[in-house]
Ligand binder design. Sequence first.
Ligand code: SAH
Length: 221
Amino acid sequence: MQNFDSMRKRMVETQLIPRGIKDPRVINAMLKVPRHLFVEEALWNQAYGDHALPIGEGQTISQPYMVAIMTELLELKGAEKVLEIGTGSGYQAAVLAELCAKVCTIERIGALGMRARKVLDFLGYSNVAVRTLDGTYGWRDEAPFDGIIVTAASPDIPRPLFEQLKEGGRMLVPIGDRYLQTLTLVIKKPGGQMITKSSIGCVFVPLLGAYGFKLDGRDNG
Ligand code: SAH
């Protein structure tokens, strides 16, 4: 039986802290959420490695550092409502659920949304709502959001998402082409003005939908 607690501690000490993750709340969430349960059992021994992993349907669970830096840049204090586009395994949603009041997460592939819901229920994350749809339209009934996190590569900032961001809110989007992106922090100033700041380079699977990339022969679904 592997000791997942000590694997998580090592992950934090060797992958997150040396790369500058500082927020103690983010570090505690990364120490707590059992990442291995979000991948298939055959991959449990790799679940705390410094890389993304396949989750089926041609999709991936992001590298732990990517989850940590995106979460840290949202600067959550505890009372926020956050929208995630790209539920995937549900792991990022669980980390967010440790740090804010409510997480609304959208996945376009039904089988992934259902599996994420099951794991989140098993772990008791009743403050996460999962929906299966094209997330580039956002979630109008739940808007506005204090934070929005897009965990798939986007050609641009999806307009409906910026509209559904609160004034003063923060949004993270990997912006670029299908193969390489720049993690971009988007801040909506009081009055609605947009400020963008480039963070690190990254590689995500594509955001497919009305305000993302167009679905073609390469894509699932
Ligand atoms: N955050 C996830 C990893 C996401 S991988 C985790 O923690 O595991 C990106 C996910 O975005 C994939 O599951 C993909 O199916 C989904 N996706 C792509 N385009 C989407 C869209 N328009 N709306 C919702 N989900 C989308």
